[in-house]
Design a protein around this ligand. Structure first.
Ligand SMILES: [Zn+2]
Length: 212
């Protein structure tokens, strides 16, 4: 079922350890099929190096499993909440990537110090602390997200979203890259932060000139 989406979620999951965005079992990727509204998501507590596309779980937006024999990610409630309330989102990536989480444990947004931040919507906002499990994380994300495609949830982790699973995966790597450079820059002084005009200008360039 949903072979292509399953493959895309699988390939994206493999990128997380490869890019040092997750440790051992942490992190989740999911994708929503716009025609059936079915969601493909990672199983909970599963080793990335043992994962195959067949281990992924297919469920509806109510969380009813329609294919798969494993327990779904503990982050499933958040993903389903976001898909239900934001029909434009077709892919979600969740990590605890370490440089981004330096900002997450300080309760600080990541400022747009590089043009790549424009891809994420400018400053990456910070969401308040919410216990893991229910729909509250999703609700807090939607309260704080604004026009951003990424958010750092205080003391927990990073969420990125986009129109495809792969794009959300690229954004997860971009968040970590931006966080790493900003973190080291802050050790040397005050990084130069792009103005909203500069962010908008780069967004314009990106949307018209970049990509195949
Ligand atoms: Zn998490």
């Amino acid at each position: 079922m949903l072979e292509r989406l399953r493959e895309e979620v699988f390939e994206s999951l493999l990128e997380l350890p490869k890019n040092q965005l997750v440790t051992m079992h942490s992190g989740t990727v999911s994708g929503r099929d716009p025609e059936t509204n079915l969601v493909v998501i990672k199983p909970t507590g599963f080793r990335y190096d043992k994962l195959t596309p067949a281990d992924l779980i297919v469920m509806d937006l109510e969380g009813k499993i329609v294919e798969g024999h494993r327990r779904p990610s503990s982050d499933t409630g958040t993903h389903l909440y976001l898909y239900t309330h934001r029909p434009d989102i077709l892919g979600i990536v969740h990590t605890h990537s370490p440089y981004a989480m330096i900002f997450g444990v300080l309760g600080k947004p990541i400022p747009p110090t590089m043009t790549s931040a424009a891809l994420l919507g400018g400053e990456i906002p910070i969401g308040g602390y919410v216990p893991v499990g229910g729909e509250e994380i999703g609700a807090e994300i939607l309260r704080k997200i604004g026009k951003s495609s990424a958010i750092i949830m205080q003391n927990h982790g990073v969420y990125t979203f986009d129109k495809t699973v792969w794009k959300a995966t690229v954004l997860a790597a971009e968040v970590e890259d931006l966080a790493k450079i900003t973190h080291f820059a802050m050790l040397h002084g005050n990084p130069i932060i792009l103005t909203p005009e500069q962010v908008a200008e780069f967004q314009q360039i990106y949307h018209t000139l970049y990509g195949q």
